[in-house]
Design a protein around this ligand. Sequence first.
Ligand SMILES: Cc1ncc(C[n+]2csc(CCOP(=O)(O)OP(=O)(O)O)c2C)c(N)n1
Ligand SMILES: [Mg+2]
Length: 553
Amino acid sequence: MEKLAGKYILLEALKAQGIKYIFGNPGTTETAIMDALEKYPEFEYVLTVQESAAMGMADAYARATKKPAFVNLHIETGLANGLSLLHNAHAGGTPLVLTAGNKDSREIAPGKTDLVEMVTPFTKWAVEVNHPDAVAQTIQKAFRVALSPPTGPTFVAFTTNALDDATNVYPTKTYNDEIIIKPDENLIKEAAKILSDSKNPGILIGDRLVQTNHPYIPTKLAEILGAKVYSSNYSEMIFPSGHPSYKGNIKLGFNSSDEFEEFDTILAIGGLPRISYMFSNPRMRIFNPKSKIIHIDNDPNQVATTEKTDVAIISDPSEALKILTTEVQSMIDGKTIELVKEKNKILKEEQKINKNNITSSLNENYSNVPMTADRMVHEVSKVLPKNAIIVNDAVTSGNSIFNFIDFNEPNSIFGGRGGSLGWGMGGALGIKLAFPDHPVIAFVGDGTGMMSVQALWTASVNKIPVTYIMCNNGAYRVLKLNMDIYKQQLGDTKSSKYMGMDFEESFNFSEISKGFNINSYKIDDPSQIQSVLKKCLNSDKPNLIDIQIDGSV
Ligand SMILES: Cc1ncc(C[n+]2csc(CCOP(=O)(O)OP(=O)(O)O)c2C)c(N)n1
Ligand SMILES: [Mg+2]
């Protein structure tokens, strides 16, 4: 075969993987790639002007398409800017391949950063290619590793000589099929027995349940058990939020063991992120030790590692749940069926009471100035198209999203994972590229929005028609709430000054967007929200609505 420079082999390998978008920000060490791209019009290079926008876009695009995304950043300098959201991709298990150029491999003595060392804590596999013969195979492996369960990001650095020197080592057949780990049937039977014997089982769903192309949502299982269902991080539709069994999100490791105390058995599904680490310590378990724990996940590093676990099932969660549901159904007797009917009736009544409480609270504070986050989302919900996708990077306003919008369809919501701020601005764009026929509305906190506000430029020049709703409460409100909990735990009754948590001047997102040529609206009167949002939804360009909401604690 004809010899080609490594830079072309890289693009041949990406073509073989079916890559369409390259999210990135180039520098001189990526010149070879940018030059080669001119000969490959099949790729769309999506330029971002801050690396966090590229990482947010790629993370969201990979999650929405359920295929690895591809990112190219610039040597240590650009890579460092991308690390924060690489952490999110790693924590949430997003399959993506991140790459960067590095200096020529002969530049070791004059000074060269070890890029692999930089990204190792946030990747499944990281490697540097310093010879063109290794380009094709390394890219193939990077995709394969990213996609194999538990999925996650991988990293490849290319020295300039690897990209510029020639090789006749081409990519071979690529394997893009999902790898699905099936459960051990004896363990499923054991779990089914515990669940069907249990008087009050609860279900906790974390990340990863809906990662495959054929996710199985355990509504039927919840119904035949009469079980309450909780999420640990509702970052995708992992259970219909409008279902009476769904009880909401729970912060694991903080008070969760008290909240789970009522359950004699807990079925835990997927990755269970401990987000509120600040107030946790190893003595604070996620679950109450009295409960029997069944945990199903495809990550052996997660199952039966930190929590007392009675049945540990390493499997694709959906595959295991399908079989488990059938098994449980076959084991439940007539008496239990009657009891479960009663329990499901109570769950319906509780849901009604909860909805009434939400409505009362909305009405009590209906005319507040500034408006409550509840009022903001309530207004949005009135004009929301059925097929709309919500991007949730709203931090404390996120609760209001769940108060007034139900997520009962797959892919109706995507939220950030891992805790690094700045995901949603780029994330919304990645979701829209994956679902061009759905309206995408992104609720973004003012603090997190500012972290990657440069994504607005990419939205504007690429005319990606998303609607940003900036939840402008003038503060890092969540940090204030956490400060209050912290002081309460210390027994300190003095009020806090909330240092570093208020924005003396609030961000003027509407003016900022105008600078990026984006239609924008500044709203402090809630009665304007519906008409403005309708206008945005009819537009074929990006829009931003800057809404002033209450930030008090
Ligand atoms: C990159 C990054 N920097 C800092 C933090 C710490 N942090 C966590 S939440 C938060 C505040 C979020 O504020 P905002 O987006 O305005 O939402 P609000 O709490 O006001 O609803 C901060 C600064 C973080 N998680 N990630
Ligand atoms: Mg805020």
